[in-house]
Design a protein around this ligand. Sequence first.
Ligand SMILES: NC(=O)c1ccc[n+]([C@@H]2O[C@H](COP(=O)([O-])OP(=O)(O)OC[C@H]3O[C@@H](n4cnc5c(N)ncnc54)[C@H](O)[C@@H]3O)[C@@H](O)[C@H]2O)c1
Length: 345
Amino acid sequence: MGNTVGFGVIGCGVIAPWHTQSIRDIPHARLVAVCDVIPEKADSLAKDAGGVRAYYDVDALLRDSEIDAVCVCVPSGLHAKIGVLAALAGKHVLCEKPLDVTLDHMDELISVCARQGVTLGCIFQRRTQKLWQAVRDAVQGGSIGRLILADAYIKYYRSQAYYDSAGWRGTWELDGGGALMNQGVHCVDLMRWIAGDPVSVYARCAHLARKIEVEDTACAVVEYSCGAMGIIEATTSVYNGMDHRLEFHGETGNVLVEGARIVRWETEDGSGPPESLVADDPQAAANPADIGIENHRAQIKDFADAIIQKRAPLVTGVEARKSVEFILGIYRSSELRQPVRFPLT
Ligand SMILES: NC(=O)c1ccc[n+]([C@@H]2O[C@H](COP(=O)([O-])OP(=O)(O)OC[C@H]3O[C@@H](n4cnc5c(N)ncnc54)[C@H](O)[C@@H]3O)[C@@H](O)[C@H]2O)c1
């Protein structure tokens, strides 16, 4: 491998070009091949990505000795299955979010990667943004005092045509959930990363507008381990969709973010966010492809660095698992119509 990491991208759908382009942009990463069970999709992405090799089955890609690491960009419920195969072939594994959709699958992936001595990471690209890092520093560093309320309002729009665009979308088995597990998982991850782990949740989930198995709307009341409470609302069915709002209220300050814009940052001691944080990039409120590439690039670069430097990546498998567990707790509470405590058993 030397000081360049050879990458293969598995799954050539909507998100795959963010991976292939990022890898091509990173000096110490090299895109070796892509793979899809639909040959035309593999061929087309391989061509767009500079004429790299195209494989039509995962085993063939995993036999390629120039590949050190794979990006897993297949439907969510297949992440662990493909990730385990890759780890058994000695490849490092970077999964798209969510890590997988069941605790058993994620646990198997985490333990096989550990046993094989390969690095496991999961894409939560917003964690690379200075904006969210500053919000986390402020909340965890005490700038807003004791945290009282931590709220996430995630009101997006996805049409029925979006759900119908691929057979796995909106199914329990392969999407693992809807407004929360697919679209809302980024914000749920940020809530956990900033406010801390949840200790309990009480929730209602339903599909109100779309013909899908999973929820298109969810409301949850959360208690965090720091003692704060909060609301998580998520939908993919409101008119036009709008930027998510994440709100952190403490005894001595408030920090509110809408999309990637700070809309309020007030602290008793007058400390504010660095000017450079006034950023604005698209957040996929109404279109899943409406996201920039720089955050994927930063996270994939970190993953390549982590492999070379033999250190943990920015988002480890264990860390990514916790955000899925948070969502699974919300689903369980809704199903049981009872509060649910963490960790889930
Ligand atoms: N980080 C983000 O912002 C972001 C955005 C969109 C999607 N995603 C995630 O990326 C993943 C893929 O989503 P998508 O929208 O690109 O889906 P998609 O349906 O557009 O693409 C998935 C591709 O995987 C292929 N595939 C399925 N099984 C395969 C297998 N066994 N081997 C090889 N290829 C296989 C399919 O043929 C398809 O081309 C999902 O887990 C999703 O949650 C993340």
